[in-house]
Every structure is written in structure tokens, then in C-alpha cells.
Design a protein around this ligand. Structure first.
Ligand code: CP
Length: 341
């Protein structure tokens, strides 16, 4: 899964950054949070293309650029754009009137960076897992490209999650995290969990991934995570048992994701999900941990994924996580655009 064929610094996934770069960005994030902003992006224009909806990513990214003195342009990609072709060399006689190659090249003449949340077909996991749209933007853009959540990766969320974890624990090596699949009728990509799993294992954490059978993560993502664990001293294990998987956890990260086994079939997906309505984080589950905190990337379905008592309780870090999107994205933009100038 290479991120780019170019020497430009794109961020398709968090492992596109070295661990040293991530450490530096996280240190800058904390400094920005404590000391306020700079005008580091003065005179810079950044293009935002959301081909799917967003609350946190859109607002925090626009705010980050504006507060750093830059100018964000949201191209309203969900409503004001047409389909784009990403296959190379074909006859464009389908729905798409423009190729990513041309859109990316033209936009690169107007802006200093492109941030993109690509759409998913929703019809074939084999196709969507290739992340071909974000890869195509990265291959053709002449400015840095940031992935704002594709089928496989959500690097911006993982960066904010690392910042939040470090604010609580300092060094992360050896800390215990359990990622808990939660029941939700809203199909969600495993991108948040893929990025979180790799980021935390790479930081030396001991991660338990708890989900019902049938919700296994992408096998290539897991193979890569094994390699990261070997290098970092971190670890991960998979459990199909709740509540046992939370025993001893210092952080419980709740997240719903779809089963790739019935990706193409909403009826089968709903029927599989309905067998697991007990996969929810409530006070009793959180108490199985070691004074465990709760994390969730949001949006969260209250009293379905996580109870009000836990979400609004003293152990919840969810708003801090959401706030940290702003600080960590500022630090990331400064890092990437410094490299691009
Ligand atoms: N966590 C996250 O990316 O939220 P949005 O989908 O609202 O951007």
C-alpha cells in the first residue's frame, strides 16, 4: 500500500511520517494549545474537498488554517462537484466528465495544499480498500495532499488520539488500550481503528482489539501492525470476548465499524449487527479496566454505543479528543508546508 509515487510529502496514512516527525508534531501541538497560534500559514491557500460529510474534520481544518493566518477554500465537493475518474488510460465514456489527473493538476496551480475526504463506492470492499481515489490525488497533485479519511486510513484522527493519550500518560510505551467494537446502525469505515491500532502499537502500547467474530480488520493492515510491533516493542491481540477484553485496560476506545464480509449487502449487515446489541460501553464495562478512560472519535450514538453516564462522566476524553483535532492539525500543517516550501 504505497502512499505516493512522488517525492512530495503527502499524508495518506500516519506511517507516511517517521516516528521522530510524529513526536515533533505532537510537541508542537501541545505548545500551540498552551501558547496560542502563530501566523505560520500567512499567504497560504489550502483547498478542502469533502466528497463525504463531516463535522469535526471540516470545522477543525478550516479553523486551523484560518487561525494560522492562511485561507481555506472549501470546494463543496459533495454538492458542487461532478464524478471524477481515477482509472488510468481508459476511455472516459462513463459518468465522470473529468479525471483526477486534471483536477489535481489544475487545483495545484491555485492552492498550496489539498486536503481530501474521498467518497467510497460502498459496493465492493475489494475495490474500496485500494483507496484508489486518494492515491490518485497524491500521484497527480503538485502540492502536498492530506487524507481526511479514506476507506482504510484516518491519519488526522490518529494524530489527535496520540496527542490526547500523551496528555494523559506522557510516555505511551507499555500503556494498555482496549479498542471495543460497538453496535451502531450507521455503517462506518474501519479507517479510524486501522490508524489508531497502528499508531498506538508503533508507540509501544499494549493494544487489545475486541470485536465480535465477523468484524475482523483487513488482513494486510494486521500484518503491517505485526511488523510495527516487532520494531516498537508494542503488541496487539484480538479478542471476541466482552467484558473480559476490558480487564486491566487504562483506556477503552469505542468505535463501530462495518464487517467487510457483508460490505455489499446492507440486509445481511443489519442482521449480523443485530446479534451484537450488547456491545456497548456502560459504567460496568468501564469499571473492568484499571481506572479506565473512555475515548471515541465521534460521531457517537448515545446509549447505543456508549451510555450517557460514561460519555458525560469524569473518565470521558471525547471532547478533549475532538478539540485536539484543531491543535494537532495546526502542527501538522506547519510541518508539511515547511517541508513543501
Ligand atoms: N472523527 C471525525 O472525523 O469526525 P467527522 O466525520 O465529523 O469529521
Amino acid at each position: 500500500m504505497p502512499s505516493s509515487t512522488q517525492s512530495l510529502r503527502h499524508l495518506v496514512r500516519l506511517t507516511d511520517l517517521s516516528q521522530e516527525e510524529i513526536e515533533g508534531i505532537l510537541e508542537t501541538s501541545v505548545k500551540i494549545r498552551q501558547e496560542g497560534t502563530t501566523t505560520a500559514l500567512s499567504g497560504r491557500t489550502l483547498g478542502l474537498l469533502f466528497f463525504r460529510g463531516s463535522l469535526r474534520t471540516r470545522a477543525s481544518f478550516e479553523a486551523a488554517v484560518g487561525q494560522l493566518g492562511g485561507h481555506p477554500i472549501d470546494l463543496n465537493a459533495t454538492s458542487d462537484f461532478w464524478d471524477l475518474e481515477d482509472r488510468e488510460g481508459g476511455v472516459m465514456d462513463g459518468a465522470a466528465p473529468e479525471h483526477v489527473r486534471d483536477a489535481a493538476t489544475v487545483l495545484s496551480r491555485y492552492v498550496d495544499l489539498l486536503a481530501i475526504r474521498p467518497s467510497l463506492s460502498g459496493t465492493s470492499w475489494g475495490t474500496d480498500r485500494k483507496d484508489s481515489m486518494i492515491q490518485s490525488w497524491a500521484a497527480h497533485a503538485e502540492v502536498p495532499v492530506i487524507n481526511m479519511e479514506s476507506a482504510l486510513w484516518h491519519p488526522l484522527q490518529a494524530l489527535a488520539d496520540l496527542m490526547t493519550l500523551r496528555e494523559h500518560f506522557g510516555a505511551l510505551s507499555g500503556r494498555k488500550l482496549t479498542i471495543v467494537w460497538t453496535h451502531s446502525p450507521t455503517a462506518a469505515s474501519p479507517s479510524v481503528v486501522n490508524s489508531l491500532l497502528q499508531a498506538t502499537v508503533r508507540s509501544g502500547m499494549q493494544v487489545r482489539l475486541a470485536h465480535p467474530a465477523g468484524y475482523e480488520l483487513d488482513s494486510q493492515v494486521l500484518e503491517e501492525t505485526n511488523e510495527l510491533a516487532t520494531k516498537s516493542g508494542g503488541s496487539y491481540e484480538v479478542s471476541n470476548e466482552l467484558p473480559e477484553a476490558v480487564d486491566g485496560a487504562e483506556v477503552v476506545y469505542a468505535r463501530s465499524w462495518w464487517s467487510t464480509e457483508d460490505y455489499e449487502n446492507p440486509t445481511l449487515a443489519a442482521s449480523r449487527r443485530a446479534r451484537h446489541t450488547d456491545w456497548m460501553v456502560d459504567p460496568a464495562l468501564l469499571k473492568r479496566g484499571d481506572h479506565a478512560h473512555l475515548m471515541h472519535a465521534m460521531p457517537v450514538r448515545r446509549n447505543l454505543e456508549v451510555t450517557d453516564e460514561v460519555l458525560d462522566g469524569p473518565e470521558s476524553l471525547v471532547y478533549q479528543q475532538a478539540e485536539n483535532r484543531l491543535h494537532s492539525q495546526k502542527a501538522l500543517l506547519m510541518h508539511i508546508l515547511r517541508g513543501a516550501s
